[in-house]
Design a protein around this ligand. Sequence first.
Ligand code: INI
Length: 201
Amino acid sequence: MDQTITQPPDTPDSKPLPPQGGSGTAPFPPSEPRPSSDSADSAPEEVQGSLNGDGLRVAVVASRFHQDIARRLVDGAVSALGEHGVESDDIRVAWVPGCFEIPQTARVLASTGLWHAVVCVGAVIKGETAHFEYVAGQAALGIEAVSRETGVPVLFGLLTTYDEQQALDRAGGHAGNKGYDAALGAIEMVNLLRELRSMED
Ligand code: INI
């Protein structure tokens, strides 16, 4: 890496989507902008991060445990980033032994200032003992802590399932690809936080 950046580099302005008119569970992006009316004019301003990944640099941390599933999640994340404008040279995938090791690695990546966001992927699948609960719980707590403490969006793309089929279903099967979803969420969060921080200026 020939470039050291203490803060994530600036990229083109995010383009917030129009405010949505439905409930908080409306799909993203919103299908219709809020209609213009007297009540809409006095409504609070709403802000949402765009899905424009142009110029963004994103790291992915992947757990080798259940590697075939993790590979599908990584592929999903890389596809989402590419489809939304992130250059492949601006994506770094770091593999770790298991999901328990994800937070430490995410913290190192988030602390470098080189990455606008970190996407964590892996599969924790219930076995015969309580091991799974410790791994999943600590991974979730650790990922949230890294995000909060560094200010860098760190996305939780881990599957925590009761069996392998449930994991396969969510790694490109009929229930989507959670790696893809987490990568989209990373772009959205970078742009949202950028927008909110710029409002403070
Ligand atoms: N790691 C996973 O990523 N998924 C699992 O399902 C899993 N289970 O169930 O054991 C798992 N364990 C390994 C763990 O993440 C650590 O690598 C290991 O405990 C060493 O710290």
